[in-house]
Ligand binder design. Structure first.
Ligand code: AP5
Length: 217
């Protein structure tokens, strides 16, 4: 089973992905995580990507598609995958189809997490991430047991640079302009399931499961 998680910044893609990949033994491919890893390493790709990410803009398609193609070819063809944060525009969607066709694979379902602007802003301003293991928390919704410390590995929690108010507003604009069109793109292909992403984590997950069970073999 190969799934795309589509949704605005802060819609809960990463949070829902964590449970979904465990329950269905999927390979999690998050372009945001891959790019942040490249930035951390200081690689040429990372240095280029950082300039776009800091402004809340999309990293050029050619850079991102190469990273995704590398990730997909990097594991066995029997394991399904979950794409989180990719594709982000029609060009990326088409490039993905071409790459998957070459390896005899295709997308089974696109889950669109629909969220309101108020929820997104509150989620992103309260998001905190573990520096060591990458676990994601929220100051109010999903708080760590001890303030500023990761429950899983005792690492220090930090705020993502692009979660500053100004960059968040820019990311939302970019999402509306560049990514919003993918909703109709996948609806036209009969692949889209729209799910209420404003609910608590478990409520949204239950709706996602229902869509997957009803639409994927
Ligand atoms: P990326 O990392 O993909 O960011 P994003 O799409 O903006 O999504 P986020 O990671 O911010 O949010 P999320 O939906 O995963 O929410 P989360 O689960 O963390 O991309 C970053 C940048 O990289 C882009 O701006 C771009 O520059 C570049 N990039 C990435 N992919 C690219 C591509 N394909 N092409 C070009 N450029 C690309 O949840 C958010 C918060 O809410 C957390 O605190 C969480 O605990 C909380 N929360 C989640 N769900 C719930 C819930 N149901 N109830 C209560 N709280 C919740």
């Amino acid at each position: 089973m190969n799934i795309i998680l589509l949704g605005a910044p802060g819609a809960g893609k990463g949070t829902q992905a964590e449970t979904l990949v465990k329950d269905f033994n999927l390979k999690h491919i998050s372009t945001g995580d891959i790019l942040r890893e490249e930035v951390k390493k200081g690689s040429p790709v990372g240095l280029e990507a950082k300039e776009y990410m800091d402004k809340g803009l999309l990293v050029p398609d050619e850079v991102v598609i190469k990273l995704v193609a590398g990730a997909i070819s990097g594991f066995g063809s029997r394991q399904g995958f979950l794409l989180d944060g990719f594709p982000r525009n029609e060009n990326q969607a088409k490039m993905l189809e071409e790459k998957l066709c070459l390896v005899n694979r295709s997308i089974n379902r696109v889950i669109y997490l629909k969220v309101s602007k108020e929820v997104v802003i509150s989620r992103l301003s309260g998001r905190r991430i573990c520096k060591d293991c990458g676990a994601v928390y929220h100051l109010k919704n999903i708080p760590p047991k001890k303030e500023g410390i990761c429950d899983k590995c005792s690492g220090v929690l930090y705020q993502r640079e692009d979660d500053s108010e100004k960059t968040v507003l820019n990311r939302l604009e970019v999402y509306k302009k560049e990514t919003g069109g993918l909703i109709n793109y996948y609806k036209d292909k009969n692949l889209l399931s729209e799910v209420d992403g404003d609910l608590a984590q478990e409520g949204t997950y239950a709706l996602m499961l229902k869509e997957i069970n009803n639409n994927c073999e």
